[in-house]
Structure formats: structure tokens, C-alpha cells
Design a protein around this ligand. Structure first.
Ligand code: PXG
Length: 440
């Protein structure tokens, strides 16, 4: 094994979202990470073009975060948050609330994006019920949406394989059409011109089910996992207006877009559209300790406090909600974002990034390039009779030659740490260009 892992027994670990047999026959392992780079066991350096899984926004191995976790582990390893508190949990909630859009400043903690999504959906249901609108139970997601792997998330999500593998999922769910439209929008820089009208499908769904049965709409402001689908101009605004009109809770899933990815703290701020609930995770703690959160509007929060018919206003929580190590890690992370101005840095670097990735227009196999903030999606023409294979080969060759990218279907996705330098952007794009020329 090239990476010096010949002695590792890989049988016991059932790897997530991975073709286990293929991987274990030909493993790729990383051993260490620092700044913009991963290192393999035999010392090969790999530029992290994806912030791990869209989560290490401040770059790897940040000392301040490491020290905060070490200190907290020694001081108090764990404290419950049920009927008991510890100061860091309140402090980090206040800090998160300073970053969310005005009015979305009540913060519930989880341990992952999936838990944040299920929490947000449950809050929407409980909110309507507390107000006496118990019939508002339908949840509306979107085709090609990814909202994690809980039953709520896979139900509102639009990933066909979830239905193929796990059946009917939650009932009372409907979906908006996705906004991906290569025919009209290929090679758009930033937000595409065409597709705002796709939001009107929500009116059709309301016409079918009646607003009195619909609790919430959940969308990613920019769909990341299914291929970097940037919202058409005016689309999110229309969704917002329709939800407002029909008293439907609008949830933005910002697990990927939060914490500077698009050049602002949240995509809600970037696009100028404020939902009622924002889900987040990943960049919240720079992925150093698992942590997620849900930011809820004062309106929803206060209504649930006032209308609660039992002492516990929200019957929900996790053993590890506001885990002390996660709180310490998140506080240090938010300090870094603030002190280094990383969200602003991402915004300043975005035009350079845009030009660089769009320079691959005309490269072999490339049928579309999309970008926003420090995110890019490069869509390849599927190999006839073997969809996804071409992109997978690009991924494998990139890794072997020192660049980490993600692939989803026939789309290459990149989302580097916000500390990336121009020379590293050039290096990544040049290597990708070479590899695209080489693969069949
Ligand atoms: N919502 C969104 C929008 C996500 O992108 C989740 C929820 C779930 O988060 P957890 O922490 O439960 O995994 C996600 C996760 C990829 C990739 O390569 C994306 C995610 C996870 C793993 C891989 O695109 N997003």
C-alpha cells in the first residue's frame, strides 16, 4: 500500500457513504492536516479543495481551537444541558445569535447537520400546534435537496436513492422542483438569470394541499451536495413571499452555506432573504468537535414560550446538546473568523475564484461551471453508458496528484478553506485542467 498503511485491518469499520469493498481494495488514507493541506502517512501533501466535507472553513489544525478543546477537556469534560447549564453554552449561543440575521436569535444546539434539520422540522410542527394550528403538518422540500440522513431530512430531501433504499419515509411530504437548468443557465457566474418562476410551484402545492395543512418549506439557499445549484435571481425572494402569505415556516438549511462559505456569515444575509429558521453545523466548530445549531426567529420562539401548555416548551434535546468541548471549539472558531476577517476574505477572494474556475470553460468534457462565494461546481458530460465514472476518475487522479475535490454524480465540487491563497487557487485549477484533458 502506497500510503504506508499496510498493517491496518480495515474490515471492522463500516464506512459511511462509501463503496466499502472498492475502497478497502484500494484505500486512500490521510494522516495529518495543517492549514490548507492534508498529508498522507508517507508524507504526500494534498491541497484541501473541499474543506474536508465543506466544514473546515478556517483551515486545519488551528492552534487556538486545539488549545480551547484541550483546556475545556481538562476543566470539565461534560455537563448536561437538561435542567442544568454551563456558562459556555450561553456564551456561544449569544455569539451565534450575533452572526444570524436580525430577529433569528434564539439558538438550539445539536451535534450535526442531520440533527439540526430534524430539530428545525420539529420546531415548525410544534410551533403551529402550540398556536392552535395542529392541522399544519405537511413538510415541503425540494428535488435534489440534501438535508442529512435522519428520517425527517431524507423525507424532505430530494435524493432518489433514499427512496430506493429506505421506502416511503415520512408521509405528508411534498417537493418543489429543483432549479438546475443547464439549457438556459450554463456557465453563469454567480446567480443565474432564469428560474425565479420555479418558486411559484409552491403556490401549486398549496393549491393542491391547502395552506392550512402545510407547516414548513425547507431548502438549501444554495444546494451543495447535489452539485452546487445556485438559486436563480429572485427565486428565494418569491419563496419567502409565498411562505409569508400562507403562514408557512421557511427554513434555510445553511449547513454548508453558513460561516462564510458565500462571503457572509450566512447565505440569508448574502441573498438578502431572511427565513424563519436557519439550520447550521460544519463550520460552526470548524469541524473540530461535532456541533450543529438551529437559529429560530423570536416570533416562533416567543410564541412557543407563551403558548406552551406544558413546562417544557420544546419537548426535544440531545445528551450532547451544547457539549462543553463543542462550545469551547465553536467559541475559538468564531474568534478566528472574526479576528482574521475570514468571511470578508472569502468575499474578497470570490471574484478571483470565479475567474479561475470559469477559465476551465472549454476544457474537455465540461458542460457547465457554476460558482458562488468560495464554491464551484464543474459539471462533466457523463461517459456514455457509464454515468459518474468520469468524475470519479477525476477525483481519484486529483487525489493521487495532490488535490482533494468532491464528486457528486458527474459534477466536481470545490469549496476550499477560506484561507486559500491565489497561488493555491491557480494550482488547483491548473491541475484540474490537466486531468480533464487526460481522462477519457
Ligand atoms: N444539510 C445540508 C445542507 C448538508 O449539506 C447535512 C444537512 C447533514 O449534515 P451532517 O452533519 O449530519 O452530515 C448536510 C451534510 C458532500 C457532503 O460531499 C455533504 C454533506 C455531508 C457529507 C458530504 O457534498 N452535507
Amino acid at each position: 500500500m502506497a500510503d504506508g498503511n499496510a498493517t491496518i485491518d480495515m474490515d471492522a469499520f463500516w464506512m459511511p457513504f462509501t463503496p466499502n469493498r472498492r475502497f478497502k481494495a484500494q484505500p486512500r488514507l490521510v494522516a495529518r492536516a495543517e492549514g490548507m493541506y492534508y498529508y498522507t502517512g508517507d508524507g504526500r501533501k494534498i491541497l484541501d479543495g473541499t474543506s474536508g466535507l465543506w466544514c473546515v472553513n478556517a483551515g486545519h489544525g488551528r492552534k487556538k481551537i486545539v488549545e480551547a478543546i484541550q483546556k475545556q477537556a481538562a476543566e470539565m469534560d461534560y455537563a448536561p444541558s437538561f435542567n442544568l447549564g454551563h456558562p459556555l453554552s450561553f456564551e456561544i449561543a449569544t455569539r451565534v445569535a450575533e452572526l444570524t440575521p436580525p430577529g433569528l436569535d434564539r439558538i438550539f444546539f445539536t451535534n450535526s447537520g442531520s440533527e439540526s434539520v430534524d430539530t428545525a422540522l420539529k420546531i415548525a410542527l410544534a410551533y403551529h400546534r402550540a398556536k392552535g394550528n395542529g392541522a399544519k403538518t405537511r413538510l415541503i422540500g425540494r428535488e435534489r435537496g440534501y438535508h442529512g440522513v435522519g428520517f425527517g431530512g431524507i423525507s424532505v430531501g430530494g435524493i432518489v436513492k433514499n427512496r430506493m433504499h429506505f421506502g416511503t419515509l415520512l408521509t405528508g411530504v411534498d417537493h418543489l422542483p429543483h432549479t438546475h437548468d443547464i439549457e438556459r443557465n450554463a456557465f453563469t457566474k454567480g446567480q443565474p438569470e432564469h428560474g425565479a418562476e420555479l418558486a411559484d410551484a409552491l403556490e401549486r402545492i398549496i393549491g393542491l394541499h391547502d395552506a392550512s395543512t402545510i407547516a414548513a418549506v425547507i431548502v438549501e439557499p444554495m444546494a451543495g451536495s447535489t452539485g452546487v445549484l445556485v438559486p436563480p435571481k429572485g427565486y428565494l425572494e418569491r419563496l419567502r413571499a409565498i411562505c409569508e402569505k400562507h403562514e408557512i415556516v421557511l427554513i434555510f438549511d445553511e449547513v454548508i452555506t453558513g460561516f462564510g462559505r458565500v462571503g457572509k456569515a450566512f447565505a440569508a444575509e448574502y441573498f438578502g432573504v431572511t427565513p424563519d429558521i436557519i439550520t447550521m453545523a460544519k463550520g460552526l466548530s470548524n469541524a473540530s468537535v461535532p456541533m450543529g445549531a438551529v437559529a429560530v426567529s423570536r416570533k416562533i420562539h416567543d410564541s412557543m414560550m407563551e403558548n406552551a401548555d406544558s413546562p417544557i416548551e420544546l419537548f426535544h434535546g440531545y445528551t450532547y446538546s451544547a457539549h462543553p468541548l463543542a462550545c469551547a471549539a465553536a467559541l475559538a472558531t468564531l474568534d478566528i473568523y472574526r479576528d482574521e476577517g475570514l468571511f470578508e476574505r472569502a468575499a474578497q477572494m470570490a471574484p478571483y475564484w470565479e475567474e479561475a474556475v470559469h477559465s476551465l470553460k472549454g476544457a474537455r468534457h465540461v458542460i457547465d461551471i457554476r460558482n458562488i462565494g468560495l464554491v464551484a461546481g464543474i459539471e462533466l458530460e457523463p461517459r456514455p453508458g457509464a454515468p459518474t465514472q468520469r468524475a470519479l476518475e477525476v477525483f481519484e487522479r486529483s487525489f493521487d496528484r495532490g488535490l482533494m475535490v468532491r464528486v457528486t454524480g458527474d459534477i466536481i465540487a470545490m469549496s476550499p478553506p477560506l484561507i486559500i491563497e491565489k497561488a493555491e487557487i491557480d494550482q488547483a485549477v491548473e491541475l484540474l485542467g490537466q486531468i480533464l484533458a487526460e481522462v477519457d
